[in-house]
Design a protein around this ligand. Structure first.
Ligand code: ATP
Length: 299
């Protein structure tokens, strides 16, 4: 800037009063004081919907107003920030104060679940770049899910999740087991193609899902795990290996790591995708791995 005073970059405090048990707003007040004591200039973004929040954030990123983003919420809230970073092709460091129900991303990166400890970690300033994914323009910070399990998750509302916790997914699964059909899908990129009947397909950016380590050693890329048909004996086998962190040793699964893939239903069938716990687009979808894309504050 010439002639005038150089505009000082600000810290965006982005929070979601719907996340977890609804404490994010209260946490935000305390975090604002802590950040201001350290000399940060705080701005907030007040929006009503996810779509509005993405557009608002994108605008701030384009104007290069932000020194950092402090995000208070779970994976769904962090996904809004990451999606705006993807749209704006921007690199602004992101600090996470976990206030969700599961907080998978925070557990993976050992970000303290206690807000004061999380803000101290951000203030220490240690950063690293982490891998995320992208599906038709939406970021994937932790996971993408489609198939019967994803559809039954669509039946679970945030209100029920806050009241009953994760048990609502188990209840919904029991209600639907046997009712839903698998979908015949084509997975392809420039070097591979696979046609499979899929009951459920999970893609993750790390070896964590639902706050637990479910995979051991993995190679570069998004980690894909598919259940091709669902019977109760398969479910038990799958559960055993998932709980012991060895999901890929289960004989009932197809799994691989991939950097880019297009997924299309073979017939005209509506298959919706869930990303980081929120309802996402329908297939077909182009899914890409974005290595070292997002800068976060870590221990
Ligand atoms: N600024 C916002 N405006 C509207 N909706 C938002 C906003 N921020 C987040 N949301 C939505 O609120 C819902 C809950 O958020 P979030 O996923 O962070 O919490 P959670 O579900 O309790 O946590 P977790 O994903 O870790 O289980 C999500 O559907 C998310 O998209």
């Amino acid at each position: 800037m010439t002639g005038g005073k150089k505009m000082e970059k600000k810290t965006l405090l982005f929070f979601n009063s719907n996340a977890g048990d609804g404490q994010a707003q209260q946490i935000a007040v305390e975090m604002q004081q802590k950040l201001e004591q350290k000399g940060a200039q705080i701005i907030e973004l007040n929006t009503k919907t996810r779509a509005e929040a993405i557009v608002g954030l994108q605008e701030m990123l384009r104007q290069k107003q932000l020194a950092k983003i402090v995000c208070i919420g779970g994976d769904g809230t962090l996904n809004i920030v990451a999606t705006a970073l993807v749209h704006a092709h921007a690199q602004v460091p992101v600090g996470l104060i976990p206030a969700g129900t599961v907080n998978n991303f925070a557990q993976k990166w050992q970000i303290p679940l206690e807000p004061r400890a999380a803000i101290d970690l951000i203030l220490r300033g240690n950063q690293r770049r982490v891998d995320i994914g992208e599906c038709n323009g939406t970021a994937i910070v932790s996971s993408l899910l489609f198939g019967s399990l994803a559809e039954l998750s669509n039946d679970v509302q945030q209100r029920q999740k806050q009241k009953f916790g994760l048990a609502v997914y188990g209840w919904s699964a029991l209600k639907h087991l046997g009712k839903r059909q698998s979908a015949e899908l084509l997975f392809f990129n420039q070097t591979f193609s696979l046609r499979a009947k899929v009951w459920v397909c999970l893609m993750t950016t790390s070896n964590y899902v639902g706050g637990y380590q479910y995979l051991g050693k993995t190679s570069a890329g998004l980690h894909v795990t598919m259940l091709n048909n669902m019977k109760i004996n398969k479910l038990l086998n799958y559960g055993f290996f998932a709980l012991t962190g060895n999901l890929r040793r289960s004989s009932t699964l197809t799994s691989f790591d991939i950097k880019e893939v297009i997924i299309k239903p073979v017939a005209k069938q509506a298959v919706s995708v869930r990303i980081d716990g929120d309802e996402g687009p329908q297939l077909p979808a182009k899914i890409s791995w974005l290595p070292h894309f997002m800068t976060i504050y870590v221990k």
